[in-house]
Ligand binder design. Structure first.
Ligand code: AMP
Ligand code: ZN
Ligand code: FE
Ligand code: FE
Length: 300
């Protein structure tokens, strides 16, 4: 199913709105302590309010537990919370992150599936710490779970422990030397395919969007994902320089995809808060909402 005509966010309209000092802006990619941000949902919402956002999407890795506390905190500010998630899938040894927006995050089947996925994340931490031990680095997995707290445990937590214990001089170095995708102590995650991730989000009445396509760096996968039901692509992202943004704007136009954007804020987990770096016009939220309504209509 090719979708080259619907709901394209006009590139010129985004540019002109941004340059005209658009009043209402949003950040559609924010993590909390329920995955691998150092910030609580309350802190995230306070920051977004301080920075003048009208809406943010809470998109924790494989976890929806940050959504309710964010909504509660945001109520007094009149800040809108878009219920989201960032699912990790795998294609041909590559991690593919699929964002879901306006999902039915209270669906019981999804909560159960997420528990399963998070259990595989716990197992993976044991596997990675075992590999580190073989490499002469003795990290107690319990320390990683202490850092992660409740929710999804991940490599960023392990990287923080490696850094805190003095094994690396930075979090980035922990990825580069030990647990990055091509590093010796990396362990792959799940068996979820991108198609399954997209299906799950569609089943939740949500809009599936490809996260940070530059990190994926496999553009020829995108048309296949569109065939499977992908509706959008994260064109605007903290790690996208202008030429990359332009490249993905063109690709979105070509493939008929919605253009979304977000900071991918992880609190201080990435050395900088990031919130405020990416400001996307509020219209994108409206477009995603409409797309979610359409998806739900086709399911009833
Ligand atoms: P996981 O879900 O456990 O695979 O961990 C993914 C987290 O690690 C995300 O927050 C990524 O942005 C982060 N990450 C992956 N590679 C790197 C890297 N080279 N440097 C810093 N963070 C990274
Ligand atoms: Zn993360
Ligand atoms: Fe991601
Ligand atoms: Fe993310």
């Amino acid at each position: 199913m090719q979708r080259k005509d619907n709901n394209i966010i006009n590139k010129e309209s985004i540019k002109s709105k941004v340059s005209n000092g658009v009043k209402k802006f949003v950040d559609l990619h924010v993590h909390t302590r329920h995955s691998d941000s150092t910030l609580t949902p309350e802190e995230v919402v306070d920051l977004a309010h301080e920075k003048g956002f009208s809406a943010i999407a809470i998109t924790d890795h494989d976890c929806i537990d940050g959504i309710t506390p964010s909504i509660e905190r945001a109520r007094a500010y009149g800040l809108e919370i878009v219920a989201g998630v960032e699912l990790t899938a795998e294609d041909d040894n590559l991690e593919v992150h699929i964002l879901g927006y306006f999902i039915d995050w209270k669906a019981e089947w999804f909560a159960k599936k997420l528990v399963e996925i998070r259990n595989t994340r716990v197992k993976r931490i044991y596997e990675m710490t075992a590999k580190l031990k073989d490499a002469g680095i003795d990290v107690d997995p319990k320390k990683v779970f202490e850092v992660s707290g409740p929710g999804s445990v991940g490599r960023l937590h392990l990287a923080i422990v490696l850094y805190n214990e003095g094994y690396t001089s930075s979090i980035r170095e922990a990825f580069r030397k030990y647990i990055g995708n091509n590093s010796p102590c990396y362990v792959k995650k799940f068996k979820l395919t991108p198609e399954e991730a997209i299906d799950m989000i569609l089943r939740l009445g949500g809009v599936p969007v490809l996260a940070h396509p530059r990190v994926l760096a496999k553009d020829n996968l995108i048309p296949t994902l569109v065939e499977k039901g992908l509706r959008g692509i994260e064109v605007y992202h903290t790690e996208h320089p202008n030429n990359v943004t332009l490249h993905y704007e063109n690709l979105a136009l070509e493939q008929g995809l919605l253009m979304t954007g977000g900071s991918d804020c992880h609190g201080m987990g990435k050395g900088d808060i990031f919130i405020g770096k990416i400001k996307v016009p509020y219209d994108v939220v409206e477009d995603l909402r409409k797309e979610a309504e359409k998806i739900r209509m086709t399911q009833t």
